[in-house]
Write a protein that binds this ligand. Structure first.
Ligand SMILES: O=C(O)CCC(=O)C(=O)O
Length: 329
């Protein structure tokens, strides 16, 4: 017997609410997926305080199209130690990768897009994907050779493809992001997957920076903990397990221009946004060429066919939505 009564989560459709099975396909859109997923975070330990008022993120002079392209094409050199650190710890934070002016441009652009989509509301976790086909600035970022090359070198692959772009706006008052690993979220059957997370303003601790558990073997460490689609028990048990096993967590603030890459086997979370400023991020997910769709997609994969239209379980992922963004040599 499940220890939770079906129908206990207000964000699920009636079909999903009527069973504790998670193997059905997600049947709403991706914003509704995030609304549901965020409800699985344990928030009882966050003390309820008034939101801290922060000054508006500073506005820096923005680059023109040529200067933006030059910056996004230029290589950012990694050391062997940095690559080894990513491959051992499953994430890396890199400072001064994107200039303040380009971040100002991007923040303005994403604010417009999220406002138009009605996703900057209340204390929601606003999300928007597949912006790149219609928006030149987002496309320049998502197709950036600098970023795609970093992804390829960190993963140690020759060719990198795009899974999708993702604007993530954690609104003032929005709670924690639950502990999870993206290998559970993305239906891509390979360990050659990573996400670049680009904050569009500095993220102090009270705004909810992404926090990373260190290690490549944590999926196995928590494999016995059942995912529960109705409540916060999975998140709570992961917190407990990581405490018991003294797993090291990196949840340091992000400076302006600092970005992170996390592997699809990295466990990550984020604190609530306890400030009055939306915590805006552009995240792009990459995977190694040749990967296939997993054999049995499920609800945690969200509306995945939007990102690789026409594909079925087991197919090689090579649709026009998944172009090669970097090729070594
Ligand atoms: O932005 C967040 O709080 C979560 C983002 C995340 O889980 C991801 O980019 O993989």
């Amino acid at each position: 017997m499940p220890d939770t009564q079906p129908n206990a989560n207000e964000f699920l459709s009636s079909d999903h609410a009527s069973t504790d099975d998670i193997n059905q396909q997600w049947d709403q859109d991706n914003q509704q997926w995030w609304d549901w997923y965020m409800s699985l975070a344990e928030n009882s330990s966050e003390t309820q305080t008034d939101l801290v008022t922060l000054p508006e993120p500073p506005s820096h002079p923005t680059p023109d199209a040529d200067a933006m392209q030059r910056e996004l094409d230029e290589a950012f050199e990694l050391t062997d130690d940095q690559i080894a650190s990513f491959q051992a710890n499953s994430f890396i934070k890199l400072k001064d990768v994107i200039s303040p002016g380009l971040l100002t441009l991007l923040r303005t652009e994403l604010t417009t897009l999220l406002d138009a989509a009605g996703d900057q509301m209340g204390s929601r976790f606003g999300s928007l994907e597949m912006m790149w086909p219609d928006n030149e600035i987002i496309r320049a970022l998502v197709f950036s050779k600098r970023l795609a090359r970093l992804a390829a070198e960190l993963l140690g692959v020759q060719k990198i493809r795009l899974y999708h772009d993702n604007a993530l706006s954690k609104q003032p008052g929005c709670g924690r992001t639950p502990w999870h690993y993206d290998g559970h979220h993305f239906p891509i059957a390979t360990k050659d997957v990573c996400t670049v997370w680009i904050p569009l303003q500095a993220i102090p601790l009270n705004m909810g920076p992404l926090g990373f558990a260190e290690g490549m073997d944590l999926v196995e460490m928590v494999a016995d903990i059942p995912f529960n689609k109705f409540d916060t028990s999975y998140d709570a048990r992961i917190i407990e397990r990581f405490r018991e096993r003294n797993v090291r967590i990196n949840s340091t603030p992000f400076d302006l221009g600092e970005i992170s890459f996390h592997h699809n086997y990295n466990f990550h979370t984020a604190g609530g946004n306890l400030t009055t400023t939306p915590r805006m991020v552009l995240a792009t997910t990459y995977f190694g060429d040749g990967a296939k769709v997993i054999d049995a997609p499920h609800m945690v994969n969200g509306d995945w066919q939007r990102f690789m239209p026409g594909l079925n379980p087991g197919d090689v992922i090579d649709t026009p939505n998944n172009p090669i963004l970097w090729q070594a040599g």
